[in-house]
Design a protein around this ligand. Sequence first.
Ligand code: SF4
Ligand code: SF4
Length: 274
Amino acid sequence: MAKYGMVIDCNKCNGCYNCFLTCRDEFAGNEYPGYAAAQPMAGQNWIRVIERERGRYPKVKVSYYPVTCAQCEDAPCIKAAENNAVYRRPDGIVIIDPVKARGQKQIVLACPYRVIDWNEELQVPQKCLLCAHMLDRGEKEPRCVESCPTGALVFGDMDDPNSAISRLLAKSKTEVLHPEYGLEEKVRYISLPRRFVAGTVIYGDKDECAGGVEVTLSHDGKTQKTTTNGFGDFEFEGLAADMEYTLKIAAKGYKPQELKALTKVDVYLGEIVL
Ligand code: SF4
Ligand code: SF4
């Protein structure tokens, strides 16, 4: 039996919203008996794209990543449901039974990811079901995965070592969105946005961008190095939040500089004059 999951590569997500739109196209106004009641025509997002603006002028960027039901192995929504109204299939997909779950609003509140919507008209909780109705008729992927133009969403059998998702998991560092929940989630992420530290190095005597200058970032005995580009810019991505990092900037013939960066937010150090 397959064990389905999804990997979301945030490096590849460009915020196009195709996943959201195709999900709406599949479920809004369409009922799939045994799988899902019809989604209302407005107000529900079973996959939502988070847009995070980062940094400050002139170093500003936007990171995107979609959030959907994490298909938890240890799912609070299953525990909160009465009458087995929420259950995990042998392939790992967590389903809200659209008939048994009627009137059970407590299921919405049980999900710490807040990915269950309440259908006021039908009085039923609803969420992503990884297009189980399509998989059961022989389709290979949910609609959102099919429609993603960049390959940011990879779906498949995590128990099959030859599946694309298993190969990706084997070679990538992945994590769940909220490890603190400890729910053994089957939706995992590559490169969730964290913090960056960036700056621009200038040769003060020549009033020129300092390209090719080595910049070293260190914290707690661990170091990373990079080199400024032709505009004197450098950037370290994927750093931990709320840490103090030390930066050393060294160029031949110039006095080395040492700076501190506290990653409460993304940090742009501005122009650093050698
Ligand atoms: S993310 Fe929420 S809705 Fe999905 S399985 Fe986990 S607890 Fe249930
Ligand atoms: S379809 Fe793909 S690239 Fe577009 S928002 Fe969704 S995950 Fe990101």
